[in-house]
Design a protein around this ligand. Structure first.
Ligand SMILES: [Fe+2]
Ligand SMILES: [Fe+2]
Length: 160
């Protein structure tokens, strides 16, 4: 990554930490939903799911409106990856709406199965985002080759 914009680089590193921290908070909220479901408590499970869903929707907004545009402005080679992540947000929003309806009326065992599928998909999504963040802010040992590839293809001084 170029050091021509140290202020922007610092901001991106802060945003990356913020997003990763929110992922951990979301995982904790999802854990509370699973606990209530396992205990067979529909009301607490539905309320815990509402808290989780609201937090996740706010998180998607932060990524779509603030974080992804900032990354794209700094490193335009990531545009396809960022668009793909935003497309997944659209799919997740639909999944959340369906899950909210399930928590109101479906058997709790069905809710648990649907929640488990959602959890697997969300974990994969979060993993991709955190890999993108590392490649922008702080390349790790496995990211050097990708970083070097990007540096070769970037046009210095022409961020989009
Ligand atoms: Fe996301
Ligand atoms: Fe995220």
């Amino acid at each position: 990554m170029s050091d021509e914009h140290p202020g922007l680089r610092k901001r991106l590193e802060q945003e990356a930490r913020r997003v990763a921290s929110q992922h951990r908070q979301l995982d904790e909220l999802l854990g509370l939903v699973a606990e209530s479901l396992s205990a067979g408590e529909r009301g607490p499970a539905a309320r815990a799911f509402d808290r989780f869903a609201d937090a996740l929707l706010a998180h998607f907004e932060l990524e779509d409106q603030v974080y992804f545009p900032a990354v794209n402005g700094f490193q335009s080679s990531l545009v396809a990856e960022l668009e793909s992540l935003s497309d997944e947000h659209v799919r997740f929003r639909g999944d959340l709406a369906r899950l909210r309806r399930s928590f109101a009326a479906s058997p709790l065992s069905d809710c648990m199965k649907a929640l488990e599928r959602f959890l697997v998909d969300l974990a994969a999504h979060e993993g991709r985002e955190e890999r993108v963040m590392r490649s922008v802010g702080n390349p790790g040992p496995g990211d050097e080759a990708e970083s070097a590839k990007r540096d070769d293809s970037e046009e210095p001084g022409c961020p989009r």
